[in-house]
Design a protein around this ligand. Structure first.
Ligand code: 8YV
Length: 322
């Protein structure tokens, strides 16, 4: 007799190839309407399932994990970030947690450079000017932005994505500085200059790229005092998590001219972003599309399913975080 397929709850509509593989290999409850899973629904609909396939849109703090039915044995997140899941609470209940590293590194680093260039070169203002038919006579003094090539790039968090950002920055002849929990080997550093103290890193940041995870330690890291340490006219780029930035402070610095520009793909409480960003023409805003390419989202889905497959076949999942 064929073995019963594992029962999983998939909280979001997935790319077609992922949905097909889920239908083939799992007894799955899917969400073709892509309707919202709040905490109550997550707990309620988990009943009768052995695993969850979630995204960073589904919040799993301790109070939710504690209420999950006993049958839930694995939470596979379709994301590299796992700040939406309380790992200690999962550990306490013996629930395995997996993520999807590696496969979104390049797409996210590409998005970082999209933001960096767009912010530095005033792409939002220029684009609007063209569309709204406000493009007047070309002028030697109009639309002057911040030069990128050869500048100092400070990378906060030199993990896979930070290193891929550095690799792109070398093509722009940038001088690369970084802070990381530990110093990288010379092979990984490739000449990048390590700053043990993140405060010191800020002092050399003509461009600051935030690429570290959101943790209790990095919460609101970029506050007013730290922005004051940045060189005047610096550019800030964030493709990591919004909670690492203190919004009021960043908005004030963009308004005062302390910072030339910012490029943001992630926001605290997204999509309900701080309204102050919407009026700033020196802020290039994207709706969390860091990993949004067809290839990457497919690879993320396959990676999440590989982890579930391994778990249910009693093999160690490759990307186990708990
Ligand atoms: C995802 C991300 O699009 O992987 C992450 O941590 O932030 C993004 O790439 C999103 O979180 C999907 O769950």
């Amino acid at each position: 007799m064929a073995q019963a397929r594992p029962r999983i709850l998939v909280t979001r509509k997935m790319p077609a190839q992922i949905e097909a593989r889920i239908a083939r290999d799992y007894d799955a409850t899917t969400n073709p309407e892509d309707s919202v899973f709040d905490a109550d629904r997550l707990v309620r609909d988990s009943a009768g399932h052995q695993g969850l396939l979630v995204c960073s849109t589904e919040k799993l703090p301790a109070r939710v994990i504690e209420k999950l039915p006993d049958e839930i044995r694995i939470i596979a997140t379709f994301s590299v970030g796992h700040d939406h899941i309380d790992l200690d609470a999962a550990r306490a209940r013996g629930i395995t947690v997996t993520n999807t590293p590696d496969v979104l590194t390049d797409a996210t680093a590409d998005t970082t450079f999209l933001l960096l260039l767009a912010a530095a070169r005033r792409a939002y203002e220029g684009e609007r000017m063209v569309r709204e038919d406000r493009w007047g006579r070309w002028a030697p003094t109009s639309m002057l932005g911040v030069h990128v090539t050869g500048k100092r790039l400070a990378i906060l968090g030199m993990g896979r994505i930070g290193r891929a950002v550095a690799q792109r920055a070398r093509g722009f002849e940038m001088e690369i500085h970084y802070n990381n929990r530990s110093r990288l080997s010379p092979e990984l550093e490739q000449g990048a200059i390590f700053h043990e103290d993140p405060e010191e890193l800020l002092g050399v940041a003509d461009f600051l790229s935030i690429n570290c995870p959101a943790t209790a330690e990095t919460h609101h890291f970029l506050n007013a005092a730290r922005i004051a340490r940045l060189p005047d006219g610096a550019v800030v780029v964030n493709t990591a998590r919004g909670a690492i930035v203190h919004d009021e402070s960043l908005i004030a610095a963009l308004k005062s001219g302390k910072l030339a520009a910012a490029g943001l793909d992630v926001f605290e409480n997204e999509p309900a972003i701080h309204p102050g960003y919407r009026d700033l023409s020196n802020c290039f805003l994207l709706p969390h599309i860091g990993s949004a390419t067809n290839e990457t989202r497919q690879a993320m889905g396959f990676r999440a399913l590989d982890n579930l497959d391994a778990f249910f076949a009693a093999r160690p999942p490759r990307d186990r975080v708990v």
